[in-house]
Design a protein around this ligand. Sequence first.
Ligand SMILES: [Zn+2]
Length: 117
Amino acid sequence: MSTISLTAAQAGLLSYETCALLSRPAEPGYCPRCGEELAWRRHHSIQSTWALVIAAAICFIPANVLPVLNSTTLGSVDSDTILTGVVFLYTSGSWPLALIVLIASVMIPLGKLAALA
Ligand SMILES: [Zn+2]
């Protein structure tokens, strides 16, 4: 027994973006449920993706440079960024927690940006 791999587009079907109704395209090209205009592809999707990747790359810098924690101890104020927090956790012996914070806060977002770019 073989499995037939057929996409919705190959079957002549499309999903409307707003209501996700899967149907055959009808003239004049509006969704029968919500009235959205018919489109096989999202308009300007490459440009939108690049704009979001660039915005994410710009936001990634202050997210890792600016302090995320201010702690006050006996009158002294310390500001910690994500990376200084990772270093503090590592030097205090909590290397598994430091590794989790480093991976979840720095490596995964950076990997996602690289993958999208
Ligand atoms: Zn619709």
